[in-house]
Design a protein. Sequence first.
Lengths: 229, 294
Amino acid sequence: MSTSAVLPSDRTRGNSDDRILRYSFGDRLMHWIAGLSYVYMLATGLAFWSPYLFWIADLVGGGPVARFWHPWVGLLWFAGVLWMFTAWRSDMRTTAADREWAKHIGDYIRNEDENLPPIGRFNIGQKQFFWIMFYGGIALVLSGVAMWFVNDIPWDWRWLRYAAVLIHVVSALLTIGAFIIHVYMGTAMVRGGFTSIIRGEVSGSWARMHHRLWYEQVTGRRLRKPGDA
Amino acid sequence: MSQATLRIQKISGHAGSIPGEDMQRQEQVCKLVDTTTCIGCKACEIACQEWNDLPFATTSFDNTYQTMPHTEWNFWNLIKFNEHPKPDGGFMWLMRKDQCMHCADPGCLAACPSDGAIVQYANGIVDFQQDHCIGCGYCITGCPFNIPKFNPTTKRVYKCTLCSDRVSNGLEPACIKACPTGCLHFGTKDDMLDLAHKRANQLREHYGFENAGVYDPPGVGGTGVIYVLHDATQPEAYGGLPANPSIPWVVRLWKTPLKYLGNLAMLGGLVGVTLHYLRFGPKTVKDDRVEKEL
């Protein structure tokens, strides 16, 4: 895979930390298709959610414009999610190392990362975020299509209108909760994370600290365990 | 169908209080439809089309005299036909004028997210303001009577206005004016209820319709259109008039408890990550290049 390439960058070669490709151009593109379209969906969705937030619709061209684009941008978002699913699915399966790591989740939250066992390319939180967005996306698209064409749902099938609204709202709220945590961790909490999804690279130290097994896999090196002398 | 001269008592999708709410009390207006004297002539359908200047709507034949299966964005007033079997083996024709019921507690207005796209005037008329409609169709989900319909060209939703333009000028709705048998009446809600109950009483006592009664469903707070039915125990027989209509529970759940819970959860998430940052700060990576490879 392209992520296994080690990039000895010219400007850092010699006396600086090695740079490792974590997200290929395709990885970054699919992430930002989904990420930016999700922000639009969130903004317009919140405008339709509460009268106190309807002003958001005015910011993006007015209520009818927001209503027109919301479903189409939603399809774009889901296309990004599906692309990520095809690309990252195999990396997103929970492993034994993840289960061991999850027992130490408190250490991770308290930033006591030295107590954490080594893991692969993604930690279990990232994996859960991925699956929430994938299954939430399926629920949002199916219910969203029903809401899009509500006028064409026959009266005898009106339960579908009601189910669609309920599913859309509940799954949107679930993805919003996951999204808040994801954005916080990707920008403020895990330093180096945001750069990696923009430029694609992380430092060797970053990879060894956060995703030690992945570091060993992509570099072919084996590291001493943190406790070894 | 904007009518600035009418006082407003409810506004859809509105943040904060409603200007002028409860400033002035007005008589509630009401249409009375006596299904027992309707002959199915459809004069009301034509009058509605003409007065509201609606473009021609495609008709479809379904083995009855009914013009089309249900109301459309450009067809707000539809006589529903039903050949109803009687216990003695014969049948009777049930004909009911279907249109917006102008609920006191309107599901469309409760569901609508757009400020002022649906209003309820102080006289009880529920009116769509297409200028403010965003075309989301939430009103279609909120309505317990299957009335609002989406126009895919204008991307707005339409329905009967109870001729708010005529009523605000002291005229009866166009359908009432056109009715040749007098089965349609228009007036205050109190007067129409009084008339309806008198007629139902007459049907019970003199015409052998033991179950004759008035349809003014309490589940939506009563309606601005009431019916006299030969058999008030079977409203569904009249082209699917719901027996106990109310705003769908999903819409109620969505618009009140779920909204508060959701807002609380979203705010909680934002507060939570802020507190985490203040307490624990960022995860910084220390340079560990001194670590030797095995």
